[in-house]
Design a binder for this molecule. Sequence first.
Ligand code: BF8
Length: 627
Amino acid sequence: MANEFRKQAENRSIDESCQPIIEAGLKQGIETAWERLEKQKPQCGFGQLGICCTNCDMGPCRIDPFGNDPQKGVCGATADTIVARNLIRMLATGAAAHSDHGREILEVLYEAATDKADAYTITDVEKLKALADEYGLATDGISTKDLAKALSLKILEEFGTIKGKLQFYERLPEKRKALLNKLGIAPRSVDREIVETMHRVHMGVDNDYINLLTHGLRTALSDGWGGSMMATEASDVLFGTPSPLSSQVNLAVLKQDQVNIILHGHNPILSEMIVNAAMDKDAVAKAKAMGATGINLAGMCCTGNELLMRRGVPIAGNMLNQELAIMSGAVEAMVVDYQCIFPAIVDVAGCFHTQVISTASKAKFPGATHMEFEPHSAVQTAAAIVDQAIENFPNRKKDRLCIPNNPADWTAGFSVEALLKALGGSTDPLLDAIKSGQIRGAVGIVGCNNPKVKHDFAHVRIMERLIADNVLVVGTGCAMIAAGKAGLMMPESAEKAGPGLKAVCQALGIPPVLHMGSCVDCSRILVLVAALAKALDVDISDLPVLGSAPEWYSEKAVSIGSYFVASGVTVHLGLSPRILGSKAVTSLLTQGLESVVKASFFVETDPDKAADAMIEKIDQKRKALGI
Ligand code: BF8
């Protein structure tokens, strides 16, 4: 049986740091996402194909996928309408999640500027000025705080602006802007596109799948070149623009002799304060008095990525590691804000001493301790949370500890600004390397984990294949955490790259897989491809670049994939979205879009075949560019 559990653990994940914990969990009968997925099987066939409609109370309705009756919902909606409506509803939820996060950061920037949140300072004044300039604000002789106030108001206004356009949209290369303007899908404001999606999917509004999906692209653009980009830029102003740094990653960053606090979710606003609170002398002294040698912070998912990028805080793992971290028996507190947090962590925590502490008024978890965060009292809340974790240390059951050894080293912090600096201030060296063929192209690998796919396997396999073929990988989110755990993010990892990419990485002292941040920081990838296209005076769709989400699960990923495609970047998906119940929708998204936005989606579940397809597409782009 022991061997059986080991085998099962190895089948579930390639992350060696978590396999012993999965194994221990199996022995103890602790339920995790993998067990819950099994219990859901067989998953609803109508749902999987996207042909179940629950939008109104005449339903739920479903369409027969074999062409028999019923072919229409009670209202008359066809499979095409239902699939398209369901998809853009998902997309709008994802865009809303990113954008609402962005709005909160901007609100804190405003509060910091107006002395309502003293704990926060403006760290990157240079970026503040550059953004103010971009927004047409006078900067001369204006104090930093006044500038931050004016800028935050100016950007916040764009959530519901009546001026009908977003400033960051102007960052697109002219050719792309002209195309999107011609298609009539330039985003008008952040909230408006999301609200309009919700309006259109109501029964009896938009029933034309093409019209629905076209608006989906507009909504996604309002996320990528709107809400997400706002989140990234405002976070940089408040907490600093990332620059390269080293840290460690995987569950072995948890420490046997220290109070371990995991910071999980997406928003850096509170967790940045917890980083400060954990360094407080009195807190450390109290931890020692409780029998620990100190306080150890570790990130999880994209809150982790935010803290890693700017503060070098180690990361315990990505999305599928969340329950396993608690099952190490070594976590005194898991502090959560919002997004990608399994409600089940409270149940798993119930089997151990871990306290789950929720902090956002909009994200409560039954069974968790709620310690609500507000910017004006951030320092006190952060201190109270750290204190709670310290107090919990003596409750740890030493005989249940399962902390792996050997954390992996990694480097992160590759903002566009940092990359340009590494390149000597311009994109030219990168473009020269692409033109000469030293670098064949680039792929942005982003997104999540999904228990339907062996944890981290698709991410890592695709990355290994691409870099070996001289394709530079940039990325964000849980994909990058997978890369770090697999040892692909040290300058020495260049040894795993093909000769051309290896030489470039060695010359610049960078790894072949570059961590650009959290999921909202996919906006950094947009800025980078826009800069490359502008330098070559081509459209983004002409570049030998692709996007890939090998293990995606979330509604946010639907929005990310869609804004990449709308921006001209073809996107690989490792799992099919729930669209296969409509041939028309499937064909539009995987082929038809090419003639509309010069990019499309393709689904390939096999990582090797996916890498082959990406390399082929990169070569086609190179040929078309004449390089
Ligand atoms: O925010 S944490 S599981 S949704 S990739 Fe995916 Fe990971 Fe979530 Fe993107 Ni970031």
